[in-house]
Structure formats: structure tokens, C-alpha cells
Design a protein around this ligand. Structure first.
Ligand code: AMP
Ligand code: TRP
Length: 342
């Protein structure tokens, strides 16, 4: 079976570990919504099992999961058209992850840069789950035979590992059962950088709140953070090439382009030569215009936890209907005995 034999299906996930920020929005959520609008089958998951690879206070995890669901919906995901659910409600993710733990090799995992970053100097004290994390991620994707995975640049290595796992399974068992999923990393903002340091990515774990724009920030906070964003003293260059050695300027231009649905070249044609005292207020206005409705809608949705939980339960049921037969077939391929089917 050639890869083309798989129907296009989009899957992606975000960890419910608090502080959804502009990087998540531009690198992931906004693009999730675009995939939905193209009419492809789309599944989006709050990966709570991934979140607990590092310690999560139970009450915080509950809140962050609901807040993430609210963020998904406020960013344009429609629970009727996309399957929205949290990972722990669909046991097939964990079950397939075990199979993939037995397919993936220690050496593959040891090469993962995110593990090295997250485990830090104290790798011996990291959880086993943090090490095995990419195998669970491969299971998330492949439990649905998903073919396309929209993510930010930082996840590319993990998707490549998912391809390696799929290929090794297919090879070892002599089947063409799992598709090799494609990372979809496109647009001007696949890597949104910190507002305080243009060489570091915008991250929920940065101790400085001024480094990121949170999706829950109100208009004043958004405008203030952009006004105070670090820049160099030069005006904007007139061509994109002039941004190469200017990470902070490049970041603000990329953010502008992504928020305005423009290319970087279009932004340069319009704003080239402007001083930051002119460009920053324009960017702040645009950011407020695009983001304030999202934070307002998130707040509204967060007022009704039961409604969010019902959406996730419904999504989980629809997700399971796809994943269960794929897991059963996986077990069959491996020779696991199951109840006879009629
Ligand atoms: P995380 O918050 O790390 O679970 O990431 C969730 C999604 O947002 C993934 O698709 C990431 O690639 C994406 N993402 C996270 N941070 C950034 C960033 N600074 N720029 C672009 N995309 C990002
Ligand atoms: N590892 C991703 C992150 O940290 C989240 C994730 C988990 C994911 N499972 C996934 C992304 C499956 C895409 C597909 O951002």
C-alpha cells in the first residue's frame, strides 16, 4: 500500500500545562482552525498524559485542561466539525504507546533535544514517562492513521521519530499498516520568540510574564508587552534580508505578518523604514484586534465547566470509534489473541 492510500487526516495536540501564549496561537491553534476550514477531518487533543511527565497539581491540571479546551474553541475550532478531546479519556493512546515503547530504540529517544532540555542536568531524576514521551506522541498520531500534523518548529524532531516508529513497525511485521505522518510547519510564525530575548522561543515556562503574550491577557496587557518588547535602535529595514541579524526586529515582523495573514515581504513593503515608535503601536493595535476577542470568549466559556466537559466527553467518544479498530488491528498484526469477531 502506498502512502497515498491513506485518507488525509489531521491530528495535533497541546499540553494542558497552563499559559497558552501567542506562540501556541500562531504556531498551532490558528493553523488548526485553518485545517478545519479546508474541510479535512481534524482531531485536536489536550494531551494530559503528556503533561504529567512532569509534576502537575491535580486541581491545576483540571483547570488547565478546561482552559485549553476554551482556547481551542475561542480560536475557531468547532466541536461539531473537529474532534476535540483530552487524551486520558481515550485509553487507546496509552495502549498503542506501550506497543511503540517496544518498537522505538533507546538510542532514538536519547537523541531527542526536548528531553535533554526538559530533563536538564538531572536526567537521572527525570520521569521514565518524560523519556518515553515521543512514543506516546507517535501513538496519539498513529492511533488515527493521521497523515498530517500541524505543529511549531520545536516539534519537528518528534514527528520525525513518529515516522521512524511507523516505518519500523511496518518493516518488522511486513505490513503497510501505519502511514508516515508529515509535519506541517508553515507560515511566518512557526517559531515565535520571547519578547525579552529574540534568541529564545516564547515559552509558557519562561519566568518573565513580559516575555510572552498570554491568550488570557486583556487589551492593556497586550499593548504594554508589545510597547516594552526589546528591540534594537535602528528603524525597520526595507527588505526581509535586512532582518537576518536582528532577531528581535525579525520576531515582531513575523508576528505582524502572521496576525495580519500577510507574507513577511508584504509587511516589509508596507512598514520598511519605520521606527519602532511607529511600528510597535501598529502591531499592538493589530494584536489587540485579533487576540482580545479570543481572551473574551475563553473567559465566557470558562464560566461553564460542565459544558466544556460535555464537549470533551463527546469528542472522546468519536475519537475512540476511530482508534479502537486501529488498535485491534495492530494487536492482530502482532499476534495478540483477541475475542473472535463475527
Ligand atoms: P506546547 O505549549 O509546548 O505544548 O506546544 C503546543 C504547540 O504550540 C506545539 O505545536 C508547538 O510547536 C507550538 N508552539 C509552542 N511554542 C511555540 C512558539 N514559541 N512558536 C511557535 N509555535 C510554538
Ligand atoms: N509534544 C507536543 C508539544 O509538546 C504535544 C503533542 C503531544 C503533540 N502529542 C502530539 C503534537 C501529537 C502533535 C501531535 O507541544
Amino acid at each position: 500500500m502506498a502512502e497515498a492510500a491513506f485518507t488525509p487526516r489531521v491530528f495535533s495536540g497541546i499540553q494542558p500545562s497552563g499559559n497558552l501564549h501567542l506562540g501556541n496561537y500562531l504556531g498551532a491553534l490558528k493553523r488548526f482552525a485553518e485545517a478545519q476550514e479546508r474541510g479535512t477531518e481534524t482531531l485536536y487533543c489536550m494531551v494530559d498524559l503528556h503533561a504529567v511527565t512532569v509534576w502537575q497539581e491535580p486541581a491545576d491540571l483540571t483547570r488547565a485542561t478546561r482552559e485549553l479546551a476554551a482556547g481551542f474553541i475561542a480560536s475557531g475550532l468547532d466541536p461539531a466539525r473537529s474532534i476535540l478531546f483530552n487524551q486520558s479519556q481515550v485509553a487507546e493512546h496509552s495502549q498503542l504507546a506501550w506497543v511503540f515503547n517496544c518498537v522505538a530504540r533507546m538510542g532514538w529517544m536519547q537523541r531527542m533535544t526536548q528531553f535533554k532540555d526538559k530533563a536538564g542536568k538531572n536526567a537521572q531524576n527525570a520521569s521514565l514517562g518524560l523519556f518515553a514521551y515521543p512514543a506516546l506522541m507517535a501513538a496519539d498520531i498513529l492511533a488515527y492513521h493521521a497523515t498530517h500534523v500541524p505543529v511549531g518548529e520545536d516539534q519537528k524532531q518528534h514527528i520525525e521519530l513518529s515516522r521512524d516508529i511507523a516505518a519500523k513497525f511496518n518493516h518488522d511485521y511486513g505490513v503497510e499498516f501505519f502511514p508516515l505522518p508529515e509535519p506541517v510547519i508553515e507560515g511566518a510564525a512557526t517559531r515565535v520568540m520571547s519578547l525579552r530575548d529574540g534568541t529564545k522561543k516564547m515559552s509558557k515556562s519562561d519566568p518573565s510574564d513580559m516575555s510572552r503574550i498570554n491568550l488570557t491577557d486583556d487589551a492593556d496587557a497586550i499593548a504594554k508587552k508589545i510597547r516594552k518588547a526589546r528591540t534594537d535602535p535602528e528603524p525597520l529595514p526595507s527588505e526581509a534580508a535586512g532582518l537576518a541579524e536582528r532577531p528581535e526586529a525579525r520576531n515582531l515582523v513575523n508576528i505582524y505578518a502572521a496576525l495580519a495573514d500577510m507574507s513577511v515581504e508584504q509587511v516589509m513593503a508596507e512598514a520598511g523604514g519605520q521606527a519602532f515608535s511607529v511600528f510597535k503601536p501598529r502591531l499592538a493595535d493589530l494584536a489587540v484586534e485579533r487576540l482580545a476577542p479570543i481572551s473574551g470568549e475563553m473567559k465566557r466559556l470558562m464560566g461553564d465547566a460542565a459544558a466544556i466537559d460535555a464537549i470533551l466527553a463527546d469528542g472522546a467518544g468519536r475519537a475512540r470509534a476511530i482508534a479502537a479498530p486501529i488498535l485491534r488491528r495492530t494487536y492482530d498484526i502482532m499476534g495478540m489473541v483477541g475475542a473472535p469477531r463475527s
